[in-house]
Write a protein that binds this ligand. Structure first.
Ligand SMILES: Nc1ncnc2c1ncn2[C@@H]1O[C@H](COP(=O)(O)OP(=O)(O)O)[C@@H](O)[C@H]1O
Ligand SMILES: [Mg+2]
Length: 287
């Protein structure tokens, strides 16, 4: 077992049709058990980067290691057993007649035996809250359910690392929370999770580490608090910190807002501030 499950070394990638590099010198280490949000404006290179982790794209220059192994020459089918990748538009990966068949497809392909497939199908169906839909046609499901089906189908191949590309796009807040609440226990069970999303409030609620991409490079990388407590540095990446951090910064511009992680932290900061103001006005009144 390797502690560093994903590593890139001077990774550069250029699409054959393009002049500029879509990835321009990426050095990154992701550790086992992390819950990472990969953020950055459209076109910054997020999808291109994560497609390298299961071999859907291969570097123009540089190296990628998955679970300590150099991926050069390792087929996608083999990498897929380690790295589960859920596409940005899950409809592109849904093609079976029923939910159950859809989930069993991957493990069948990998040659798992029937008993194991039945077991794992049951497990991922439970994990993704799809118990009531086993015989449904995937295309009849709602968007949130299709998203969870896509995650279930990938999980059925038992990857250690789960990468979900833009699971929250086009979903309402309740669906977003539902999915993230399903990913969280997977992370607690030991899966390393990497999610790309434009929803900063979700990032602040679930991710412990945030990687910001800008024009094919890593612009910022740190704990969620470290990254979001630097609004000025986020501006060139066209990212606005989550509402919680914006409020904290607005009310207490000179305070260290990196300690504000939950709404309770914000409340404490404001009470503290209120206390100071009251103390000041009392002091003023006694003069
Ligand atoms: N299939 C492709 N062919 C050519 N250029 C592409 C292709 N896919 C993405 N790009 C370009 O690569 C850059 C990074 O895109 P992408 O990885 O999709 O960014 P993100 O996922 O952050 O939105 C963009 O400039 C984009 O236009
Ligand atoms: Mg993308």
């Amino acid at each position: 077992m390797n502690d560093v499950v994903l590593r890139t070394k001077d990774l550069r990638f250029r699409y054959p049709t393009r002049q500029e590099f879509a990835l321009d010198g990426i050095n990154l280490e992701i550790h086992r058990g992390e819950f990472v949000a990969l953020i950055g404006q459209n076109g910054s290179g997020k999808t291109t980067l994560i497609k390298h982790f299961n071999g859907l794209l291969r570097p123009t220059a540089g190296e990628i290691f998955v679970d300590g192994q150099l991926t050069d020459g390792v087929p996608t089918s083999q990498l897929a057993r380690l790295v589960g990748y859920v596409f940005q538009n899950p409809d592109h990966q849904v093609f079976a007649e029923t939910v159950e068949e859809e989930i069993a497809f991957g493990p069948k392909n990998l040659g798992f035996d029937e008993e194991h497939i039945a077991e794992i199908t049951q497990e991922v169906v439970r994990d993704m809250g799809l118990e009531d839909y086993l015989d449904e046609m995937p295309f009849m499901l709602g968007k949130g359910q299709r998203q969870r089906l896509a995650v279930a189908s990938v999980l059925a191949m038992e990857p250690q690392i789960l990468i979900v590309d833009e699971p929250t796009t086009g979903q309402d807040w309740r669906e977003c929370i539902r999915l993230m609440d399903l990913l969280k226990p997977l992370n607690e069970k030991g899966h390393t999770i990497l999610v790309t999303t434009h929803n900063m409030n979700l990032v602040s609620l679930y991710a412990r580490r945030v990687i910001v991409m800008l024009a094919g490079k890593i612009w910022m990388d740190g704990t969620t608090q470290e990254v979001f407590s630097q609004p000025a540095k986020l501006t060139p990446a066209y990212i606005k910190p989550p509402t919680l951090y914006q409020l904290a910064h607005r009310f207490c511009p000179e305070a260290d807002i990196s300690a504000v992680v939950t709404p309770e932290d914000l409340a404490d900061l404001l009470y503290e501030r209120l206390g100071e103001t009251q103390a000041k006005s009392h002091a003023g009144g006694e003069e």
